[in-house]
Design a protein around this ligand. Structure first.
Ligand code: PLP
Length: 418
């Protein structure tokens, strides 16, 4: 079959699709794989109980049931939910939102596709504008979203070495500048893959730079604030008319609902809703209906703060302990885990690429993700890119423990044979 350029881009062998395929195949071939590769949230009993109760409450009300399954919502999504959410966030953060600042979408992955292409790509003037990622490594799911080629700018971060085995990425203030052809800045906070939480001061700098350049600052809050709030460090939740805050129900424990919430200026929300209508006709109703019920029960924000964040913090601390014990003799560093559900492991001077390490670990029954894929748009060579892997700690502690022993053994052999 002959595919268009669009078709070829979306099916390209190097993209996220083939990475996910490879993970899927590995799991099919060996269901006992120690799976530290995915972004699936953990099963948390208390969360499942609250989601079930919220769903049951919606189902029990005939009108709500009809609204959930029997109607197409308006282009921006259920107006009552958007209005209640706006009021709730205003009370919580002293923002000035109304329903017109909020649109719903079918998952944040597709919301990013719409947002990125609304802003970047070929302009009416013929100029090409790009999404700038001020701090790579960044979410690999962005990499294939552009409808045009050469879609991203990326900036290397500064590396702060916190201790012998810990480091943290920062916005590199010595070199960061908004590029003349930048259409928007975008950061995930906490960052997938590193667990970095960009500091409030760095966010203020990004906001200042974006406003000065007249481009929006997109903040991907898939793991962050105000929900699901998987943040282990002090961080404030900010929004202004120049900020596009993209939230998702997925890491709240609801990835199957495919629901995203975009908070932005009314002008951008209007454009987003129109584009979303062209592509999806309407956003799904199930996720918003359950989220609305959680909001009525004052649980939408508290579930993350009181249950989900402490759950992952405990898993994270266990995983760090286990890795420090297993890897102690190796030249490794962990990114300071400040949020999300991942650890980012850096083997300085690793003699093989992270992709080759991924393959070797896969052969031994451990699935991780090779770090080199998390640098969309980074044109300059950087060895560091090939020295890191991402591990999820959503799995039970014993899985991480077994995996850590195998990783330590394999990496020891690799260093010894160089
Ligand atoms: N952004 C980040 C940083 C992610 O890690 C993910 C998924 O893992 C997404 C966005 C997309 O999530 P969803 O489409 O489930 O909302």
């Amino acid at each position: 079959m002959q595919f268009s350029e669009f078709g070829q881009r979306l099916t390209a062998a190097s993209g996220i699709v083939s990475l996910m395929d490879d993970l899927g195949c590995a799991l099919r071939e060996n269901p006992n794989m120690l799976f530290l590769g995915g972004g699936n949230p953990a099963r948390i009993d208390v969360v499942e109980r609250h989601l079930t109760q919220a769903m049951q409450a919606v189902l029990a009300r005939g009108d709500d049931l009809h609204q959930m399954f029997g109607v197409y919502q308006s282009p921006a999504g259920d107006a009552a939910f958007r209005q209640d959410l706006a009021e709730h966030l205003n009370r919580e953060f002293h923002w000035r939102l109304n329903a017109g600042n909020i649109a719903l979408a079918n998952g944040s992955q597709s919301a990013f596709f719409t947002l990125f292409n609304l802003l970047a790509g070929r302009q009416g003037s013929g100029q090409n504008r790009k999404i700038q990622l001020p701090l790579v490594p960044e979410y690999l799911g962005y990499s294939e979203l552009g409808l045009t080629t050469d879609f991203f700018h990326a900036n290397r971060p500064a590396i702060e070495r916190l201790s012998e085995h810990e480091f943290k990425y920062h916005l590199d203030l010595t070199s960061f500048a908004v590029e003349p052809d930048t259409a928007a800045l975008c950061v995930s906070r906490p960052t997938n893959p590193t667990g970095n939480v960009i500091t409030d001061a760095e966010m203020a700098e990004l906001d200042r730079a974006a406003c000065e350049a007249g481009v929006p600052l997109i903040v991907d809050g898939a793991y962050g604030l105000p929900f699901p709030s998987i943040v282990f460090t002090q961080a404030s939740c900010r929004w202004n008319e120049n900020t596009v805050l993209v939230l998702s129900l997925s890491k709240l424990g609801f990835p199957g609902a495919r629901t995203a919430i975009v908070i932005a200026s009314e002008e951008l929300i209007d454009a987003f809703a129109k584009a979303n209508t062209v592509m999806s006709l309407a956003a799904g109703n199930v996720g918003p209906a359950v989220a609305h019920e959680l909001l009525r029960r004052e649980q939408l924000l508290s579930l993350g703060r009181l249950t989900i964040a402490p759950f992952y913090l405990e898993r994270c601390q266990q995983a760090v302990r286990v890795l420090n014990r297993a890897l102690g003799h190796l030249p490794y560093r962990l990114h300071k885990p400040e949020g999300a559900i991942f650890l980012w492991l850096w083997f300085e001077g690793l003699p093989i690429s992270s992709q080759a390490l991924y393959q070797r670990l896969k052969a031994r029954g451990v699935l991780v993700i090779a770090g080199e894929h998390f640098f969309p748009g980074l044109a300059e060579p950087w060895q560091h890119r090939y020295e890191c892997i991402r591990l999820s700690y959503a799995q039970p502690a014993q899985v991480v423990e077994q995996a850590a022993r195998i990783i330590a053994d394999e990496v020891t052999q690799i260093y010894e044979r160089q």
